[in-house]
Ligand binder design. Structure first.
Ligand SMILES: Cc1cc2nc3c(=O)[nH]c(=O)nc-3n(C[C@H](O)[C@H](O)[C@H](O)COP(=O)(O)O)c2cc1C
Length: 210
């Protein structure tokens, strides 16, 4: 798939066919992740594929404490905190399947990165290992899209149980837990972004037209 096609096709998908994912596609996507730029040439990243169904069920429900929010009133209470209608609709669609998407996806990828403790971070610069991990993740998501595969970058609220369960060594953190597979239905094309509204030249707010 051509690069810009993969970029525009990539969407977050939370419902998957049961079809297995070709191993070669997984290998290519993870190798693409390792091509991402990183701070200080470090690439302190590790990938874990959680394939064993029993282990996975325990890891995501007990370890990660992921849950499907099914109760409509609870969902509405949650989305009431946001003003933006688009954001509300993302949450209405995604909250009910946060656990299910991880249980049912043919593959579940956990991306780990090396990071010093947040209490030792003096500023945004010290968050570069996290930024680099997300460059790696985006390469993976784009490569998956090029393979016709899609997923969801779930970011843990509570990752300690999962780290312990997987034996993630001290010093490593979990950037994202990513269920992926072939989508149950073709993902919709995203709304084209208005670049001109975000781009200025030579200073904030100087309009630029491309
Ligand atoms: C840093 C980050 C964290 C995210 N966390 C979650 C999450 O915990 N659960 C979820 O369902 N989606 C999560 N998403 C997916 C976003 O909801 C999704 O990317 C966004 O709505 C834009 O939609 P798109 O990816 O289809 O363009 C996350 C995405 C990013 C980049």
């Amino acid at each position: 798939m051509e690069f810009y096609e993969a970029v525009s096709k990539r969407r977050t998908v939370r419902e998957f066919k049961t079809d297995p994912v070709p191993r070669e596609s997984v290998r290519r996507a993870l190798a693409a992740g390792l091509r991402a730029p990183c701070n200080a040439h470090l690439k302190n990243w590790r990938f874990i594929l959680l394939r064993d169904r029993e282990k996975r069920a325990w890891a995501v429900s007990q370890g990660l404490k992921a849950r499907d929010m099914k109760d409509r009133e609870e969902i509405e209470r949650f989305v009431a905190t946001f003003a933006d209608e688009e954001l509300k609709s993302v949450y209405r669609r995604s909250l009910p399947v946060q656990l299910t998407m991880m249980l049912e996806a043919p593959e579940l990828l956990i991306v780990c990165y090396k990071m010093k403790s947040l209490t030792d971070c003096r500023g945004f610069f010290d968050l570069n290992p996290l930024a680099s991990a997300w460059m790696c993740i985006e390469n993976i998501m784009l490569a998956l899209a090029a393979e016709g595969l899609f997923g969801c970058t779930y970011t843990p609220y509570e990752e300690r149980g999962l780290k312990k369960f997987l034996g993630v060594p001290a010093g490593y953190e979990i950037a994202a837990v990513i269920p992926f597979g072939f989508p149950i239905k073709e993902p919709e094309e995203g709304i084209p972004e208005n670049l001109n509204a975000r781009l200025s030249v030579d200073g904030w707010g100087n309009p630029a037209v491309f």
